[in-house]
Design a protein around this ligand. Structure first.
Ligand code: SF4
Length: 134
């Protein structure tokens, strides 16, 4: 079982209520398929530009019991003609933010939640103690 936190971007907070993120988490599919499941949602934070609080958000999620943080797919992918394609997401700094949070908050980070672009394998950063062994 994985205890999961989600970080999303402020640019999408008034457009999407995480519908497919939560569906994928509940089903253990898409980005959440890296866990054996069942998954438990610990909480959700909105990251605000330029991401100064990201490490702090990660630390708080960890303090609330999260073992791993998933970063929403819309941070690094976009929808075009009904398909999700890699690139042109809401956050140009998503990779450096993930690396910082994984390192400084000392928590596993997974890049991706729902509707992963075709062929994309979720990138995992940081410790992997919560992955596929719980
Ligand atoms: S990844 Fe999809 S479901 Fe999740 S917040 Fe972004 S647009 Fe919404």
């Amino acid at each position: 079982m994985a205890k999961i936190g989600i970080i999303r971007c402020e640019k999408n907070e008034h457009k999407c209520p995480l519908t497919n993120c939560l569906k994928s988490l509940a089903e253990g599919g898409q980005g959440f398929a890296v866990h054996q499941g069942p998954n438990t949602l610990v909480g959700v934070f909105t990251c605000r530009c330029p991401g100064d609080q990201a490490v702090n958000l990660g630390k708080i999620l960890k303090s609330k019991g999260a073992e791993v943080i998933h970063w929403c797919t819309c941070l690094f992918a976009h929808k075009e003609e009904g398909r999700w394609l890699a690139g042109d997401g809401f956050c140009q700094d998503v990779d450096s933010l993930i690396q910082r949070v994984a390192r400084e908050a000392e928590i596993t980070c997974v890049k991706g939640t729902a509707h992963l672009p075709q062929g994309y394998q979720p990138e995992v950063s940081g410790q992997d103690t919560a992955m596929r062994e719980s």
